[in-house]
Design a binder for this molecule. Structure first.
Ligand SMILES: [Zn+2]
Length: 385
């Protein structure tokens, strides 16, 4: 298949997608609709638009099979159209005017994950040039909002019953390694209350800052005593923000800090919050008064052990590149969780971008890797039956 990859076409499509500014927040995927329609138009898909909020567009494209309807499995390709915001002054390259230089394509979203989407689309042309047809039915989910939790993107598709398939490829950046598990997250704020008093007599009141400091030391980087996942390691805890106090000469009445827990498959919002509270209680801070305000919970997910789809993707990569990919876990979450946990569809995350480039200044994707991905996805479409 590699010989049939049109490198210029993959680079051109990646560039066309990167050129549309879809920074999230604020989130505005509607303007990329034309580029997505143009990319798939030749395959005459049946389009479904989902726009839960104005401008927050996700597209489902069902491709009719060249041999007509038939009894084949359905493969979903799920890719997000939004990108993380750019700090423009920090960039050497223009984030939304893609540049090709030294075997790389620079631009926001090139690695995460417009390059992966372009490869998945161009794989259709590769298959045609090779004189082959897909062994499966193909559906593209090109979605909004992944970068801030996917609520008006893949989750909206799930809620509308639109995630229907036998397997799902998510071409997020993995350097073409096979990611089969990802950690979940629990994020929220702990607000500690003290009893204010005069700053000249610190022992005569209760400092919220002193209590919070003891909690921060006890939580940041701490092991909560849970088990270890073979690919995901142990859960982690980061204290990402802190604010407190009312003035230099006042014993602090309140102090608030932000908790970022990464959790393993099976963890629930309630269970994870309870573990946090148990950990806080175990620190033995006398007279402690606090509350926890949960902001985000995203569940962890994993491909069931022994699922046959993993071997399909692995064989496709080996056939396209001659390289044996590693099976890995991810320390962060993707929309694969909605597909795996919500829709019960096995999903493998595997794409051409390098995870080190995600959200980075001067983000780039390797053009060689784009070619690898395009060829590997063509192999997968030809073989998944
Ligand atoms: Zn991504």
């Amino acid at each position: 298949m590699r010989a049939h990859v049109d490198t210029e076409a993959v680079v051109a499509l990646t560039s066309a997608l990167v050129a549309v500014d879809t920074q999230n927040p604020p989130g505005n995927e509607r303007p990329i609709s034309d580029a997505v329609h143009d990319a798939l138009a030749r395959w005459r898909p049946v389009w479904t638009e989902v726009e839960p909020e104005p401008g927050r567009l996700s597209l489902v494209a069902e491709l009719p099979h060249p041999d007509g309807p038939g009894d084949r499995p359905t493969l979903i390709v799920n890719g997000h159209l939004d990108v993380v915001p750019v700090i423009r002054d920090a960039w050497t390259y223009e984030p939304f005017a893609p540049t090709v230089e030294g075997g790389r394509l620079y631009g926001r979203g090139s690695a995460d994950m417009k390059g992966g989407i372009a490869a998945a689309v161009c794989a259709l042309d590769v298959l045609e040039r090779a004189g082959r047809v897909p062994a499966c039915n193909l559906v593209f989910h090109l979605v909004a909002d992944e970068e801030v939790g996917g609520h008006v993107g893949t989750r909206a598709l799930l809620e509308r019953g639109l995630i229907k398939g036998d397997a799902c490829l998510v071409p997020e950046p993995t350097s073409m390694q096979l990611c089969v598990a990802e950690r979940g997250l629990l994020q929220g704020y702990v607000t500690v209350h003290g009893r204010p008093g005069h700053g000249s007599r610190p022992k005569e009141a209760v400092s919220a800052i002193e209590h919070a400091a003891r909690l921060v030391v006890g939580l940041h980087g701490a092991e909560f005593g849970e088990g270890e996942h073979p690919l995901l390691g142990r859960p982690t805890c980061n204290i990402g923000t802190i604010q407190g106090g009312n003035g230099l000469n006042v014993i602090a009445e309140t102090c608030r800090f932000g908790v970022d827990r990464r959790v393993l498959p099976g963890a629930t919002a309630e269970g994870s919050e309870a573990e946090l509270r148990t950990r806080i209680d175990s620190l033995g801070v006398e007279g402690l008064r606090y509350e926890f305000d949960l902001k985000v919970f995203g569940e962890a997910s994993e491909l069931p052990a022994g699922d046959a789809f993993l071997d399909h993707v692995r064989r496709s990569i080996v056939a396209a590149t001659g390289e044996q990919p590693d099976v890995v876990g991810m320390s962060f979450t993707t929309d694969a969780r909605f597909v795996r946990n919500g829709a019960g569809v096995p999903a493998v995350v595997c794409g051409p971008g390098d995870v080190a480039q995600t959200h980075a200044v001067d983000e780039w994707v390797s053009i060689d890797r784009l070619i690898d991905a395009t060829a590997a996805y063509a192999e997968l479409y030809a073989a998944f039956s």
